[in-house]
Design a protein around this ligand. Sequence first.
Ligand SMILES: [Zn+2]
Ligand SMILES: [Zn+2]
Length: 357
Amino acid sequence: MTSAETTSTKNTTTVPAYAAPSAKAPLERTTIERRPVGAHDVLIDIKYAGICHSDIHQARDGWGEGIFPMVPGHEIAGVVTEVGPEVTKFAVGDRVGVGCMVDSCRECENCKAGLEQYCHKGNIGTYNALDKNGEPTYGGYSTHIVVDEAYTVRIPDGLALDVAAPLLCAGITTYSPLAHWNAGPGKKVAVVGLGGLGHMAVKIAHAMGAEVTVLSQTLRKKDDGLKLGADHYYATSDEATFEELRGSFDLIVSTVSAPLPLDKYLSLLRTDGAMVNVGAPEEPVSLNLFSVIGGRKTLAGSGIGGIRETQEMLDFCAEHGLGAEIELIDADKINEAYERVLASDVRYRFVIDTSTI
Ligand SMILES: [Zn+2]
Ligand SMILES: [Zn+2]
């Protein structure tokens, strides 16, 4: 950190950030305090931060109980500039990422199994959460962040930091179910929705060797979908799609948060197929259970991924040359970008150049 951009007070460090001062207000430039670098912490000079749809939900308090002022951002890519005395995994100069969580209980069955995202006590979110000292966490729309090395991952050299940032949420959220349900050669995988999550699902499933079909409302993004690695592309607004594809897929990954007619989508699965939801509507959905009884089908959900699996995903993406498709923006365009995300007007992820904060 240079003294020009930061000042230290009472052991914490003041750094620039973009924050929503309240649920109804646009984001604006401000400063926040970062904790001192503890024994197991790394200080990260944030280079890029992706804009995830859930940033908008939370900054506008769509899920309630938001902590304001709020600094969103859980797709963080940067470089380590300081390490605590007990840090063993990282050194100054390492390229690193931070995703949706910065801590968890570390003791429960799930934490011990590397499934920290499903911590029984709840993981500690990168922002809009309280850390173990009861202090609010602030996310990646900022120039620096202090994170425990155990919740920090390495970004391989082969991946540029700007296109790597969205992998920390959009990448792992789609990689995890694809890996868990064994997407690969000989498997037919459908991806519902071609947005920030969907475009990564297509790239990753294709790289895993699966035969990939995009199911989108219209054929508007068909050319993109095929370029990203899809083998087939169908419009769900066309009823003939559901007739033609009946009983086709081993796995359907739904990335949309709009309520879907689940019975219709489940009819697209083969026997023993699974439909996994990584997006969810705010209201409960209904389902005729015969849709899963006939064909021994699974309706499932999946949330981000554990730390070990996030590292595995980054290594996989580097090996296969996969980054997100991004539109790089300056920080003063964040509010505009939010409106464009809500209008589905982005191909496929906004990434903030944090040097402009
Ligand atoms: Zn996200
Ligand atoms: Zn736990």
